[in-house]
Design a protein. Structure first.
Length: 81
C-alpha cells in the first residue's frame, strides 16, 4: 500500500454534516454542555490534522450510515518508512 491508515469508529450521534469541517478549527466544541474542565479544549482534531498534513497525510471524518462516526488518519508510507 502507498499509505498507512488508522481507522477509529464509534457508535455516538456523529457530527452534523454542516459542522463537519468546523471541528477541525481550534477551540471548537460542538457539545455546548461541555466545558474545558469536563470536555477538553477543542484542540485535538486541529492538532491531529495539522500534524498529519505536515507529514503529507490527513485526518478525515465521516458519519456512518447506521450511526456513529469514523475518523481516518492517513499517512504516506514513504514518509514513515
Amino acid at each position: 500500500p502507498h499509505e498507512y491508515r488508522i481507522i477509529i469508529r464509534d457508535n455516538g450521534p456523529g457530527i452534523p454534516e454542516d459542522r463537519m469541517n468546523d471541528v477541525f478549527e481550534a477551540f471548537v466544541r460542538l457539545e455546548e454542555s461541555r466545558s474545558t474542565t469536563t470536555g477538553g479544549s477543542g484542540l485535538g482534531l486541529t492538532l491531529a490534522r495539522t500534524a498529519a498534513r505536515e507529514h503529507g497525510g490527513d485526518v478525515e471524518l465521516r458519519n456512518l450510515p447506521g450511526g456513529g462516526l469514523e475518523a481516518t488518519l492517513r499517512l504516506p508510507r514513504e514518509k514513515i518508512a
